[in-house]
Design a protein around this ligand. Structure first.
Ligand code: NAP
Length: 253
């Protein structure tokens, strides 16, 4: 039955930055599809914990600040100690800093590159090592952006970091496909979350963004839940190094 290929029963999925927004939606969707979920957050994911508990999903709540790579080794150690395996990694944690390029600070460059690209790579590295050890393959899904494809305005480190995400997705896929590890990315379009609160609140930017989206609406966190479950499932076994836009048609314009 084709729908069996989408079933994630018994899999263990780690999701970074799942206290809110897109990460929360993907964590809940993976749990609904059958996963035990490891949430990696820098503070307690209160709302996500409530939703996971209400639905009686298996959820391991881990703490890490991904602006450095210091916490990464203990994430995999604690996951294995609790669930004994890992099958899926969703690299979702991300930040954005807005400033004119001529005034952009080194701190805003380093912080964004660290969370969005460097930690994404080194967390993928430890998880891929474990996938190889387990010998059953695995799935890595990176959260990219429209700014993996475009330049953006006043967000140079975000554009650099998300362009790196798309490149790294291909680079990691090329080296790890032979181990049945699928590395792919989802590039969300303009989604209504904390990350885009400033844009939504700016009447002129909001109107110009909406004017360009063929679907004529902002995306919602639920819009990337299905694509995430699909890429995490056996139905995506022959998809490697691809960045899937979930953007209401933004890039098609
Ligand atoms: P969000 O609500 O701001 O969520 C970002 C998540 O990353 C939060 O859980 C946040 O935790 C976490 N995070 C940030 N810095 C961290 C750190 N140093 N260590 C650990 N976790 C950290 O925004 P979102 O829209 O859901 O964003 C999720 C991903 O989608 C990001 O990678 C973002 O770049 C990407 N994206 C979003 C859009 C959009 O339109 N919303 C479009 C394209 C791509 P805290 O709550 O503790 O800060």
């Amino acid at each position: 039955m084709i729908l069996d290929a989408f079933n994630l029963q018994g899999k263990v999925a780690m999701v970074t930055g799942c206290n809110t927004g897109l990460g929360q939606s993907m964590a809940l969707a993976l749990a609904e599809a059958g996963c035990k979920v490891v949430g990696v957050n820098r503070s307690s994911p209160i709302e996500t914990l409530e939703k996971m508990n209400a639905a009686e999903h298996d959820f391991l709540d881990l703490r890490a600040d991904l602006v450095t790579q210091d916490d990464i080794p203990q994430l995999i150690e604690k996951t294995l100690a609790h669930f004994g395996q890992i099958d899926i990694l969703i690299n979702n944690a991300g930040i954005i800093r807005r400033e004119d390029a001529v005034d952009f600070s080194e701190q805003d460059w380093d912080d964004v590159m660290n969370v969005n690209s460097k930690s994404l790579f080194f967390l993928s590295q430890v998880v891929a090592k474990q996938f190889i050890k387990q010998g059953k393959g695995g799935k890595i899904i990176n959260i990219a952006s429209m700014l993996s494809f475009q330049g953006g305005i006043r967000v140079p480190s975000y554009t650099a970091s998300k362009s790196a995400v798309m490149g790294l997705t291909k680079a990691m896929a090329n080296e790890w496909a032979k181990y049945n590890i699928n590395v792919n990315a989802i590039a969300p379009g303009y989604m209504a979350t904390n990350n885009t609160a400033a844009l939504q609140a700016d009447e002129a930017r909001n109107a110009s963004i909406l004017e360009r989206i063929p679907a004529e609406r902002w995306g919602t966190p639920e819009d990337i839940a299905g694509p995430c479950v699909f890429l995490a499932s056996e139905a995506a076994n022959y998809i490697n190094g691809y960045t899937l836009a979930v953007d209401g048609g933004w890039l098609a314009r």
